[in-house]
Design a protein around this ligand. Structure first.
Ligand code: MN
Length: 245
């Protein structure tokens, strides 16, 4: 938006710069040094795009309230862990052990994990009509690891159903093989030194089985939510991540 007075503002800025270069430069240098805080990413589809499998109201609260709270909590925790400010989430996970304050460590684990997990979750979902299917290469790897697509689904469903309380079920790539794991709360398979080594790997799929992910629509019927989730997996994205391993 070109304001009528923009030109005179620019002229004034140039004049100020010439008069006091140091003073004018300082704020911009400080801004360049200050790491950008984490921000809530927009959903890659409309809020109601996953209906009827995942309803718009659940998505609205899950993304707009729960995920937003993890982002805010992560940014607040980073204020108390200045050495990790400006780092990627993966670097933050690796650096949690170096933070001396236990409450800050816990906040980074819970909120950092919450931000990573939900961002990953949204990106591996798609409207049912765009869900697609695993690439031939991914399907082959699933069959090699689990026997068949049906056996894979059965094993994944069992892990997701059995996760007691809040947490996630995952399909991970670990040492060249696909495996199904589960983590509690907002932990994830990237958290070396936090989750058991057996659960570590590169996530390809993650299913949020916190009650906040399904309770409004499915109430206590977690199994129905898990079955519905298979209809809205973004297989193109999962296959892309598999190909990039
Ligand atoms: Mn969630």
């Amino acid at each position: 938006m070109e304001m009528p007075h923009a030109r005179s503002n620019r002229r004034q800025f140039v004049k100020l710069s010439a008069l006091a270069a140091g003073a004018v430069m300082l704020p911009s240098r400080a801004m360049a040094q200050a790491p950008a805080a984490f921000a809530l990413p927009a959903l890659p589809y409309a809020i109601n795009a996953l209906e009827p499998h995942i309803d718009a109201r659940t998505m609205e609260i899950h993304h707009g309230k729960h995920h937003a709270a993890y982002v805010a909590g992560l940014n607040a925790a980073l204020e108390k862990a200045p050495k990790l400010k400006g780092k990627s989430l993966e670097e933050i996970f690796a650096g949690i052990g170096s933070v001396s304050d236990e409450s800050v460590r816990t906040a980074l684990r819970n909120h950092g994990g919450g931000h990573w997990n939900h961002t990953f979750f949204w990106n591996t979902l798609a409207p049912a009509k765009k869900s697609g299917a695993p690439s031939p290469e991914l399907l082959k790897a699933i069959e090699a690891s689990f026997g068949s697509m049906g056996d894979f689904k059965k094993a994944f469903n069992e892990t997701a159903t059995k996760r007691f309380g809040s947490g996630w079920a995952w399909l991970i790539s670990s040492k060249g093989k696909l495996r199904i794991t589960s983590t509690a709360n907002q932990d994830n398979p990237l958290m070396k030194g936090i989750v058991p080594d057996a659960d570590l790997g590169t996530p390809l799929l993650g299913l949020d089985v916190w009650e906040h992910a399904y309770y409004l629509h499915y109430q206590n019927r977690r199994a129905d939510y898990i079955n519905a989730w298979w209809s809205v997996i973004n297989w193109a994205e999962v296959s892309r991540q598999f190909a990039a391993l």
